[in-house]
Design a protein. Structure first.
Length: 432
């Protein structure tokens, strides 16, 4: 049974309005595990999603020996290990340290950096952002002030194709064709033009200025969007801080960016691209990805994996892609899995009201016909939900789900869904 109804607008994110945080940031990391219903959880920050093959093997070893065996991808290109023993913290730290995944214990939760995953691989974009990524991560780990950033503060390095620029980062560095970069802060109406050489340092200065300004104003916030004053005011403060640090910056109007769905599955330039259904990589899938890799893997913020294969011939690349498909990874750009996401749900999360992943899989065929992606959530927190147009499918305390179509420029429409077999009809009711 389903019933259509009107509903108030749904914020695009939990940080849509200014807030004051009355407690410390409890975002999990690798040195501070989070207790979940399926065991302890560790979140391993992977700046830019870039892993060497050796690091990928270390993560697989940790997942199989200490956790549930799977690797869970996040919407920031990081990895979560679930089902861990509460007593495994020291052993996990040793494994990650040895693999170079913990360059600074004091900064391990703040290394949140997304980067254009196909940068330098497909001939698009105006520059390869890998040098920016290395420079920013090194500077971040060397900064005592940066330790005060929350585990939710996000940097984005966009190579000019405007993919990660649409992910709502706190600090966005976007390459432009003349060799410079645009430094964006939250959703401020103005940005700052800096040289490409100065871009990574400018990003860190911006983050430190946010911390200082929030502290001076008594604002207990984790992200730029939570500031209780104009974000354009922060832009002016950052411009002054850059000048004091010897970085020239000119005001520019901010450039919008559409929210994208990430690299399309298949062979793209010198890379194999796959999507991971619901972000959960099994040991077999992880082994096949490592087998296909030449030197590294790149995890994407869209719960996919890019495997650079420079120098690999077309026949060998096609064979590797076929093996990845046989392992259950999505290699077809028409797959309905590209339009479906979900939080962990039951039994892993105590707050979840439903096994949303099982229900999402049962509704896969109907989701494939929806005009926008679906995201299934076990409760009103909607953890990990995407930005942009979507259909939120949220479990209710009464059983069943509330479906809400969130589309820019339109009043949200909603329907109650009691039986997942009626999903197609519910979708038709709120999208027609």
């Amino acid at each position: 049974m389903l019933a259509a109804m009107s509903t108030p607008a749904v914020p695009s994110s939990p940080q849509a309005t200014a807030v004051s945080r009355g407690r410390g940031d409890a975002c999990p990391g690798t040195l501070r595990l989070h207790t979940a219903d399926d065991g302890a959880l560790a979140r391993v920050r992977i700046p830019g999603g870039v892993l060497t093959v050796a690091q990928a093997e270390a993560l697989a070893d940790a997942a199989e020996r200490l956790g549930d065996g799977d690797l869970h991808l996040t919407s920031r290109g990081n990895v979560q290990l679930r089902g861990l023993r509460q007593s495994c913290g020291a052993e996990l730290t040793e494994v990650l340290d040895a693999a170079g995944l913990l360059p600074s214990h004091e900064h391990e939760r703040v290394r949140n950096i997304v980067a254009s995953p196909l940068s330098g691989l497909d001939g698009r974009g105006v520059r390869d952002v890998r040098p920016w990524l290395s420079a920013l991560d090194e500077a971040l780990c060397a900064s005592p002030a940066a330790r005060a950033l929350s585990g939710r503060f996000l940097f984005a390095l966009d190579d000019g194709r405007a993919d990660v620029a649409g992910l709502g980062a706190d600090v966005t560095v976007r390459a432009v064709a003349d060799g410079g970069a645009l430094l964006g802060l939250g959703s401020a109406g103005e940005c700052l033009y800096v040289s490409g050489e100065d871009a990574p340092r400018a990003a860190l200065v911006a983050a430190k200025t946010f911390l200082a300004l929030a502290r001076d104003r008594g604002a207990r916030v984790w992200r730029i969007s939570e500031l209780p004053f104009s974000q354009d005011e922060l832009v002016q403060e950052v411009r002054r801080a850059l000048a004091a640090d010897g970085i020239r910056a000119a005001l520019r109007a901010s450039v919008g960016a559409d929210v994208t769905q990430g690299p399309p599955p298949g062979i793209v330039g010198a890379a194999l691209c796959v999507h991971v259904p619901l972000g959960r990589l099994t040991p077999r899938q992880w082994r096949e990805l490592r087998r296909a890799a030449v030197d590294e893997l790149r995890l994407t913020p869209w719960r996919g994996v890019v495997v650079p294969v420079p120098g690999v011939g077309p026949d060998d690349a096609a064979g590797a892609l076929a093996r990845l498909a046989a392992a259950g990874l999505v290699t077809d750009p028409a797959s309905p899995w590209l339009r479906v996401g979900a939080c962990i749900g039951r039994p892993g999360c105590a707050k979840s009201l439903a096994d949303v992943r099982a229900d999402a899989e049962r509704g896969l065929a109907a989701a494939g016909g929806a005009p926008v992606p679906l995201y299934w959530s076990g409760c009103e927190r909607r953890c990990g939900h995407p930005r942009g147009d979507r259909i939120d499918v949220v479990a209710t305390p009464e059983g069943g789900y509330q479906l809400t179509a969130v589309t820019a420029g339109r009043q949200p429409r909603a329907a109650l869904l009691d039986d997942s077999r009626d999903l197609a009809a519910a979708l038709a009711a709120i999208t027609s």
